[in-house]
Ligand binder design. Sequence first.
Ligand SMILES: [Zn+2]
Length: 88
Amino acid sequence: MSCHSYDTDCPRCGTKNSIMASTSTRPIDSVNGECLACGLAYYTKMYEMNKIELNEIRKCYEYKGKKIKKLTKNMKDFNLNYNIKVIE
Ligand SMILES: [Zn+2]
């Protein structure tokens, strides 16, 4: 697994190096961080779109004529498999 941790300036409160951030490239490129000064937090969210959302986005990319893949693993198992914490 490729992980990288760093601290960086907070764009919200302006504090230097107050955000503890990290990036990872598995299973997807992701980033998360928390500002220790003001509480700003962010993360990359991975989720499963519903059929309506998926069809809308498919239209944007002109992705046609393909059935939605049926998977044996649901999102919960997928997240557990990669030790992804889910924030609602
Ligand atoms: Zn801040």
